[in-house]
Design a protein around this ligand. Sequence first.
Ligand code: AMP
Length: 281
Amino acid sequence: MKIVRTISEVRQYVKEWRSQGLTVGLVPTMGYLHEGHQSLIAAAVKGNDRVVVSVFVNPKQFGPAEDLASYPRDLEKDAALCEATGAHLLFHPEPSEMYPQGHCAFADVEELGKVLCGKTRPIHFRGVCTVIVKLANIVMPDRMYFGQKDAQQLTIVRRLARDLNMPVEIVGCPIVRETDGLAKSSRNAYLNPEERRAAVILSRAIAAGKATAQNGTVTPDEIREIMLRTLAEEPAANVEYVEIVDSQTLLPVDNLNGPILVAIAVRIGKTRLIDNFTLPE
Ligand code: AMP
């Protein structure tokens, strides 16, 4: 596996592969890779002849008061994981390679980026959309892989690809969890042992919501109520939102017909964690 830092090197590799008629999968990440990322890379290896993993902590998706500077990084470990999982190329650009002086073009999805996490992270999804379009234009993959862990992001990327006629298939992959249920996340590294124990409340709320939803004729409000009650059992949990929305429009629903996303965001200490489930699963 090769590690490259420039756009022109990526393009050279992909051009060579294309000339041999090979298909290409792309897994965009911010690094500090874990088994969640690894499941995406494995899916890409299975579905394509060649796989590019990007490791780029995208400054455009962090607000001024967010954790850009402290976001965990470990390129050596990331490269080992990519190589062991069968990736062919790791793209690790400097911010100046992706956003040279004077960069001013952005991609955005308007309302879809203003709800759920967008309420407290107003520029986040504009940054996500922009880097995804840029990475797609750099690699020109057949398929891009995203985790259901970031459900709003997955909905937004699907819409971006559809509305901008991006010639790429968006593949969603299931949430990978720790043995106690906590969704794997690079940000779990911020949690001290006490917070790590408290963080299991997110997946307990998800399990409670899911069990209630499977239990016949309930309303979105009842699911929300049960989940809020579960989260209230953990004093260290500060709930940002528990929302039950249409999976495609991300707007609140008043019944459980059709594809539904139940999404939560909770702060444990200074760490903001998210989790979700969908109906039907
Ligand atoms: P990140 O590095 O956090 O930007 O994540 C890169 C990709 O990995 C995104 O598509 C995430 O949704 C996905 N991902 C992160 N954590 C998990 C997880 N626990 N299970 C599945 N996918 C994940």
